[in-house]
Design a protein around this ligand. Structure first.
Ligand code: IMP
Ligand code: MG
Length: 181
């Protein structure tokens, strides 16, 4: 489908997301991740959420450092083959530090399990996973996030950093394509 023909239904509005991200910042602080956690944003999908989250952490009184890691599931198509590739690594020195791994969606859990194990292997003192959306019931590995924005309905969602065929990342809200297939 041409993306200009797509009808996007809103699942979580800008206002709803902003209110929840503010709560998450305070929850991260209250869980003891201050004063200066290292935020590792997982690219590409996690960058919009991470950008809002670091400002929420600031408002909650924290001084996060920020770095990025680009990961992708190995193989083509929409179903993950189960192998994770590092497309761009973080060069943050996480030894002895509190680390927050930030991503858009937790689904099978493979991406975030990989990232968590990587940070632990590099000597992080504590690792917390923060996701905007949780697709429960799709887990293939033993990984749960410490901080979740919203439970995600069983749909393919777009916007707020999340894409369908490289499009829709720029939408300021989270929605789904109502007239797809
Ligand atoms: P997993 O937990 O390793 O299966 O990977 C989850 C990743 O799959 C997310 O970070 C997204 O990049 C992608 N993903 C899963 N569901 C959706 C969706 O509904 N819309 C857009 N991307 C999705
Ligand atoms: Mg992703």
């Amino acid at each position: 489908m041409n993306r200009h023909d797509a009808v996007i239904e809103t699942l979580f509005s800008e206002e709803t997301i902003a209110a929840r991200v503010a709560e998450l910042g305070r929850a991260v602080r209250d869980a003891g991740f201050g004063p200066d956690p290292i935020v590792i944003a997982i690219l590409k999908g996690g960058f919009v959420f991470a950008a809002d989250l670091i400002r929420s952490l600031h408002r909650a009184g924290l001084q996060p450092e920020v770095d990025f890691m680009s990961l992708s599931s190995y193989g083509a198509g929409t179903t993950s083959a189960g192998e994770i590739r590092v497309l761009r690594d973080s060069d943050a020195d996480v030894r002895g530090r509190k680390v927050l791994i930030v991503d858009d969606i937790l689904e099978s859990g493979r991406t975030l399990l990989f990232a968590r194990q990587m940070m632990q292997a590099r000597g992080a003192a504590e690792v917390g996973v923060v996701v905007c959306l949780d697709k429960k019931g799709h887990r293939r590995v033993d990984l749960e996030a410490e901080f979740v924005g919203f439970d995600c309905p069983d749909r393919f969602v777009v916007g707020y950093g999340m894409d369908m065929g490289h499009g829709f990342r720029e939408l300021p809200f989270i929605g789904y394509v109502a007239n797809a297939g």
